[in-house]
Write a protein that binds this ligand. Structure first.
Ligand code: FNR
Length: 375
């Protein structure tokens, strides 16, 4: 795990970014992919966005960074974390904090995993292979998107780290079944069914720039990015009937959906608004979490994603009922700036911040983080 000293300021982070650029980005038929492989000196994850903008083609950066429409939900995912106040417990004599957790039987170094994201090739020449390596070295789990630029088999072999497969259901049921079976065979340990997206995210900025996916970076699992245009609970039944792997429903924002899902045999709930990339105007993910976790009542693990940028954000999400959080854009920025090592650096920073937060708040391990640590 890479830890950096306090004197490593933005200038150093900027230097790493410049170096990545100087190392002749690979030009994949006109799309200039960064190729740099280096440990990053990160002051905080928020800084990474501006650094990534310097090394990524404008269209690719817009696709990754933007949200839908007016980006209200994108902004609120971050702002909502800032509205939550912590309640530390002092003079409690705790040992140095331990951040390990076990999720679906897999031990992770910290309660943060890589969220499913399509098209990592937009960020770096190593694409999902780099993300898989960096995530595994950090000691945590990667969710691999149906819309990956590398095949799910190649990503599975890129690292020995635990992986889940995120499913965009295909209109042709046979094709969906095939994807699930391929994931089982390649050793994925869970299926994440995303219920809130019917097309790749569309943003005004990407549209203004006339961004489209470079044909040289195909969707390796399916050929083109395809989605079933309408989803129902029968689709959940279909996945349950097709596989014995744990099924996690991603895109849950309300307690009634969580309740129905558990009744239907779903094994995990991922509270998410897709990083503000789909329906603009929905609630911030962290604001949706308490009611969903309240309905779940510990029956299945709850994962939350959207706007996690700080160790304090991880702490707040756990305190409000999440078993783990998933990290989106900062992982792709780390990948863009430093390849697999950049991804590892992102996790190193978050881990260090989480340890510092737990130390000051007075919690010795993740299980101790509870409602009593937030106002
Ligand atoms: C995503 N997300 C996403 N989700 C999913 O289920 N399947 C996918 O293929 C994608 N693709 C995707 C691409 C890009 C570029 C981004 C940024 C996001 C959503 C992702 O899993 C997650 O919900 C958010 O990214 C979390 O928010 P933050 O951490 O980016 O704020």
């Amino acid at each position: 795990m890479t830890q950096k000293s306090a004197e490593a300021g933005p200038a150093k982070a900027a230097k790493a970014a410049t170096t990545a650029k100087a190392e002749a980005p690979a030009s994949v038929a006109g799309y200039r992919q960064p190729t740099g492989e280096e440990t990053l000196s990160i002051v905080n994850l928020n800084d990474l966005e501006a650094e990534a903008a310097k090394v990524l083609p404008k269209g690719g950066f817009a696709f990754i960074s933007s949200g839908a429409d007016n980006q209200v939900t994108l902004r609120d995912n971050l702002a909502a974390f800032e509205r939550i106040q912590l309640r530390p417990h002092y003079l409690v004599g705790k040992p140095a904090p331990e951040t390990k957790v076990t999720l679906f039987g897999q031990e992770l170094t910290l309660p943060v995993i890589t969220a499913p994201m399509g098209a990592h090739g937009l960020a770096h020449a190593s694409a999902e292979l780099g993300t898989a390596r960096g995530t595994a070295v950090a000691g945590t789990l990667m969710t691999v998107s149906t819309a990956a630029n590398k095949t799910l088999e190649d990503v599975a072999s890129a690292s020995t780290g635990p992986k889940w497969f995120q499913l965009y259901l295909q209109e042709d049921q046979g094709k969906s079944r095939e994807l699930i079976q391929r994931a089982e065979k390649a050793g994925y340990s869970a299926i994440v069914f995303t219920i809130d997206a019917f097309a790749p995210g569309s943003s005004d900025e990407a549209n203004r720039l006339g961004f489209s996916f470079p044909p040289s970076l195909p969707f390796a699992n399916t050929g083109t990015a395809t989605f079933k245009p309408s989803l129902t609970w029968e689709d959940v039944d279909f996945i349950k009937e097709t596989t014995d792997l744990p099924l996690i429903l991603k895109g849950v924002l309300s307690p009634d959906v969580a309740e129905k899902a558990i009744k239907r045999g779903v094994n995990g709930i991922q509270v998410s608004n897709h990083g503000g990339r789909q329906l603009d105007g929905v609630q911030a993910a962290i604001d949706a979490l308490p009611a969903v976790a309240g309905a779940v009542k510990g029956r299945v693990p709850v994962i939350m994603d959207g706007g996690v940028r700080r160790g304090t954000d991880v702490f707040k999400a756990i305190a409000l009922g999440a078993n783990a959080v998933a990290l989106g854009r900062p992982v792709l920025y780390g990948l863009a700036l430093g390849g697999a090592k950049g991804v590892e650096s992102v996790y190193g920073q978050l881990q260090a911040e989480l340890v510092r937060t737990m130390t000051i708040a007075g919690t010795a391990n993740i299980a101790e983080i509870s409602r009593k640590y937030v106002l």
